[in-house]
Design a protein around this ligand. Structure first.
Ligand code: BGP
Length: 471
């Protein structure tokens, strides 16, 4: 829709940038930190692991000074559970608690609002060893107790909380659940059980948040993006609706309505994936929904119908991290209308407006973009220059669409680009860079870890200073 007149961003719009503990901190075995599932997962010899990352642990003052120079109003970061509770439960590690106190105090000193992710993929390995981790019901109380500790410790300064980052990814990536050895279907079945426990844990944590009388807002950071039909053929449109359900809406319906939607129940039943649900679980979720949503958005997808055959029977899934094809449901295909990144992620700014509209239509919660950005092979040139015009153009086009979504009537609290500084990519090491700040290290050469401002740093500085007018 077009309008005759457009409003601007609110004066208190939170311009920000994000990171996650395991991708930036390093120091994985320092100052009493326990091991997480990320620390123990099998290493890929072709890329760096996360043990040193970009050494943020030893650079927080310098890094926060750069955030202040950039003009950030909000900084999204995650707390490493195993710095606070090395075993996931039990003894507290004071050195870990102090580290985040220092970080939060430095942010506040520079008038940067901390936006804290309670748990971003780095689940305590000890909990996997104690009782199997998220696949066991015992996990619920340990997560809640950890979150309660954070509320009591940092809640005097932190007003915005994200419960679990990209739960849908966690439940489908076996190493992030600490699973080993099971076959693909068993992993999926266990994943849905883990998913249920995470939803109960989230609701209980939100209950605790209210009981403690915490100020501010809380909700999950969800990976949510439009799945377009590849054509106007009704079969493709049905496939896109089903893909939205299986990829995104099943989880949102649980978080926000405490329900397994009728169609998702059928999907689970047919595959023997229905999790064990205890009395009161769904009621609890209904009673304690999130008060905001964090939205991670990078790309959209297009799908066509994928009729089951003898060769590909119903339920057959291409074995991949995320669902890309499932016989009898959908298959992801190339969207000829869109360009893609070097990693094949299709760039779709309008898809972001659609995503925000879809989420608000369905769930009516205020939102903050918690991740949005482009991974690229940045090149450090003579004179410490990084000319990342492709990043500027990606971010500019997406921010324009956030503004349009606001004009559509969607309440947006803020926008966090991914990422503040270069960090170790989830699956691609150091070669896939996202930051406004370049970190001078390669996969297997730590160099000097110098922080260098990219062209996009100077551009975003102006965007923030002009409250989104100077794009
Ligand atoms: C999201 C994660 C981030 C980050 C990002 C980019 O799924 O929440 O932690 O990794 O994706 O992904 P990648 O690093 O694989 O390009």
């Amino acid at each position: 829709m077009e309008y005759k007149a457009y409003t601007s961003f609110d004066p208190d719009f939170l311009w920000g940038a994000a990171t996650a503990s395991f991708q930036v901190e390093g120091a994985v075995e320092e100052d009493g930190k326990g091991l997480s599932v990320i620390d123990v997962m099998p290493k890929n010899p072709a890329i760096t692991d996360f043990s040193v990352a970009v050494d943020h642990y030893h650079h927080i003052e310098e890094d926060v000074a750069l955030m202040a120079e950039l003009g950030l109003k909000v900084y999204r970061f995650s707390i490493a559970w195993t710095r606070i509770f090395p075993n996931g439960n039990g003894e507290v590690n004071q050195a870990g608690v102090d580290f985040y106190n220092r970080l939060i105090d430095a942010l506040i000193k520079h008038q940067i609002e901390p936006l804290v992710t309670i748990y971003h993929f780095d689940y305590p390995q000890s909990l996997v060893e104690q009782y199997g981790g998220w696949i066991s019901r015992e996990s619920i109380e340990d997560y809640r107790a950890y979150a309660e500790f954070l509320f009591k410790t940092y809640g005097d300064r932190v007003k915005y909380w994200l419960t679990i980052n990209e739960q849908d990814h966690v439940v489908r990536i076996p190493s992030r659940l600490g699973l080993t050895g099971e076959d693909h279907y068993e992993q999926l079945r266990l994943g849905y059980q883990a998913n249920h426990h995470m939803c109960v844990a989230t609701a209980l944590t939100i209950k605790t948040f209210h009981e403690l009388g915490m100020e501010g807002k809380i909700g999950p950071a969800v990976s949510y993006s439009m799945v377009h039909p590849a054509s106007s053929h009704p079969d493709d449109i049905l496939a896109s609706k089903d893909a939205m359900l299986i990829k995104h809406n099943y989880l949102m319906d649980l978080h926000c309505y405490g329900e397994y939607s009728y169609s998702f129940q059928r999907y689970l039943e047919e595959r023997n994936f229905t999790p064990a649900i205890e009395e009161g679980d769904l009621e609890l979720m209904k009673q304690y929904p999130p008060t905001m949503l964090g939205v991670n958005y990078y790309f959209s997808e297009a799908v066509r119908a994928f009729p089951a055959t003898e060769e590909f029977p119903i339920g057959y899934q291409k074995k991949s991290l995320l669902p890309e094809a499932e016989a009898g449901v959908f298959e992801v295909v190339k969207n000829e209308n869109l360009a893609a990144t070097d990693w094949g992620w299709e760039i779709d700014p309008v898809g972001l407006r659609l995503t925000l509209r879809e989420l608000y239509d369905r769930y009516k919660l205020p939102m903050i973009i918690t991740e949005n950005g482009i991974g690229a092979y940045d090149k450090l040139e003579e004179g410490d220059m990084i000319r990342d015009d492709y990043r500027i153009s990606y971010l500019r086009e997406h921010i324009k669409q956030v503004k349009l979504a606001i004009n559509d009537g969607v309440p947006m609290l803020g926008y966090c680009a991914w990422s503040f500084m270069d960090l170790v990519s989830g699956r691609n090491g150091m070669e896939k860079r996202y930051g406004f700040v370049y970190i001078n290290r390669e996969d297997f050469d730590f160099k000097d870890m110098r922080r260098i401002k990219k062209d996009s740093f100077h551009w975003y500085q102006k965007v923030i200073a002009s409250n989104g007018e100077d794009l």
